[in-house]
Design a protein around this ligand. Sequence first.
Ligand code: ZN
Ligand code: ZN
Length: 353
Amino acid sequence: MKMRSFQVCQCGAPLQMNEREAPKPEGTQVLLKMLAAGVCHSDLHIWDGYYEIGGGKKLMLADRGIKLPLTMGHENVGEVIALGPDAKGVKVGDVRLVNPWMGCGTCKVCRRGDENLCLKPQNVGVFSQGGYATHMLTPHPRHLFDIGDLKPEQAAPLACSGVTAFSALKKVPTLQDEAVVIIGAGGVGLMGVTLAKKMGAKDIIIVDIDAAKRDAALKAGASKAIDGGAADAVAQIQAATGGGAWGAVDFVGSGATVNLAVNSLIKGGTVVVVGLYGGDVTVPTPYLPLRAMTLRGSYVGSQSDMAELLDLVKRTGMPPVPIRTRRLEDVNETLNDLRAGKIVGRVVLTPAA
Ligand SMILES: [Zn+2]
Ligand SMILES: [Zn+2]
């Protein structure tokens, strides 16, 4: 059985198609035939090989152990087509979402239940081969989640943008009681707006510099939209929240957006930074005590976040985020469109189509 993969062979250069025999699962491994693979903004950083961390400095992904050639793609749904002798709990024909945020399962952090924060991460499409391929080998059935009646192309983005947004929103203590400010209405932010509704958010205020994205967020359930580039954006957020935000989730994560979020808080408020745009901020240290402010990060989601998210979605329906499908062969064009900002919502590649 042949397996085709689209791989990063050189940072930033077009992905190359490689064909080889599909691997035979051993031990607890499970081989999937890929049905859907979402294209995510963070693929652009992985492709380039670095994150900007402010002051012109770069965080090189090679230093974090990413090796080429790499098949990207971490939002995957596939059908089980073969199992190793020790793989329990799934059978051939099962359609499963892959939780890509895999850890070693044995370090201190994994043992506390935060496999997504493992000290030796094996994240699919980042540190191990991902879903821009016809097949994918996964190490253990514990990372495979039943999607029920959801369509593969709808469910795939839950693996990254879905669980990332869900886990970040869970970190806002006042979500159900006070307005929440969501900064950035790209793929993840838009998912955040729709999930916040499902999680019982009282009121959602979207902030984005792009009018089309603000409109998409209003359609998805935000009650007010503010241009984050406006000179009086802080005053507008304070007016919209009645004196300052208790909770702000920054899905962009630039120096400008984190500053905006920090300056828009009411005393006792929380900023959750989840976007990886890059940059840096200077927060006057007295703000932390005098404003009793919380500034924290959130990175993807844990195994239990993924299970809770799938429960929520099965109960309340899929977030109506616009999803378009494209052929696996169109992966390079899709990544270029994403970089050019031409994609509203999500594109999901359909390798089996
Ligand atoms: Zn992603
Ligand atoms: Zn670990």
